[in-house]
Design a binder for this molecule. Structure first.
Ligand code: SF4
Length: 327
């Protein structure tokens, strides 16, 4: 039974950022030169991550998602997947990636115990992909998506952050993909965090508008289900099997059903994505903290979870960029 927070929400999900580094420089996420990377010694070792997940599992956490930066740039990630997959109580192990390296590792990740992947993809136009990511090729991410499906890391869900004037003119093209049964596209409202507040402010597109555009062009969206226990609301086009999801942290926040904690790559436990409050786990871990002591710190984080975010009151977290938290 997951541990309940002060608002009776069962906390069953831990997002683990394994690195702050990335092989892309998305314009709404970080500056061209990147952000000052954390020193190697500041980053949790795989054994330390394993201990935190083991402690969390004994408190009812059953789902783990590996994130970054870009998780696949960290060496030996397949090894971490097999370490976590062996922990009793973890029955859903997923990863979010930009897909650039996925074709290379998909089979190994599946064999190591990874269940499924979400792939971040904000455009279907090669030129625009280069402009948005500054470093990547669309073909690599599309090959990654195909490799993820072939390896059985399904459903492969595509995460598309919609930004006005950047890619909002492609929402119908993305929706059209879901006419194929194995395409699952989730549109996400851009969230202000750290340095990207301008992008989020000027580029914000409410999902209601995205839905209207899709229904105007492609017809009615009917409610659908796609598992995974996340905040997305799923629909499908009539007569199709693929799904379209909407994630609305701004226009219709879902904090009332929040079920998660986040572990940053440098070992801080973050009760809420959109609050700067964190609990340091790295120091106690390196001082030899027992599993029981780590469990106490996790319970402290659960109890520190806010009822909701306060973006509408212009309370915007400043302490980290999204790439340092892993979304
Ligand atoms: S903003 Fe915070 S409380 Fe709301 S869903 Fe996200 S993590 Fe949970």
């Amino acid at each position: 039974m997951p541990y309940l927070d002060n608002f009776d929400r069962p906390i069953s999900y831990l997002r683990v950022s394994v690195t702050d580094r990335c092989n892309l420089r998305c314009i709404y996420c970080m500056p061209p030169e990147g952000i000052p990377w954390r020193l190697h010694r500041e980053i949790l070792r795989y054994e330390e991550i394993e201990r935190v997940v083991r402690a969390a599992a004994s408190l009812g956490i059953s789902k783990v998602r590996l994130t970054g930066g870009e998780p696949l740039v960290r060496k030996g990630l397949v090894g971490l997947v097999s370490m976590i997959a062996r922990i009793p109580g973890i029955d859903d192990l997923a990863m979010t990636t930009n897909g650039i390296l996925l074709a290379r590792y998909a089979e190994e990740l599946k064999a190591a115990g990874l269940n499924r992947v979400n792939v971040s993809l904000d455009t279907l136009r090669p030129e625009r992909f280069r402009r948005i990511t500054r470093l990547g090729e669309l073909s690599d991410t599309l090959e990654g998506i195909a490799a993820g499906k072939d390896a059985g890391l399904v459903p492969v869900k595509v995460n598309t952050v919609v930004i006005r004037g950047l890619n909002d003119d492609e929402v119908v093209d993305f929706a059209r993909l879901t006419r194929a049964p194995d395409w699952h596209v989730r549109f996400i409202e851009v969230m202000p965090l750290g340095d990207n507040a301008d992008w989020a402010g000027n580029g914000y597109v409410p999902m209601g508008e995205v839905r209207e555009r899709i229904e105007r062009e492609l017809g009615e969206l009917i409610p659908a289900r796609l598992g995974g226990g996340g905040p997305a609301r799923y629909y499908r086009l009539l007569g199709t099997q693929g799904t379209i999801g909407f994630i609305t942290p701004i226009s219709e926040h879902f904090c009332y059903q929040c079920n998660r904690l986040r572990l940053t790559a440098d070992g801080k436990l973050r009760p809420c994505l959109l609050s700067d409050y964190e609990i340091n786990l790295r120091t106690p871990l390196r001082q030899g903290a027992t599993i029981e002591q780590i469990k106490c710190l996790i319970v402290e984080a659960v109890r520190a979870k806010p009822e909701r975010h306060h973006l509408s009151e212009q309370v915007i977290p400043q302490g980290r960029t999204m790439s340092e938290i892993g979304g």
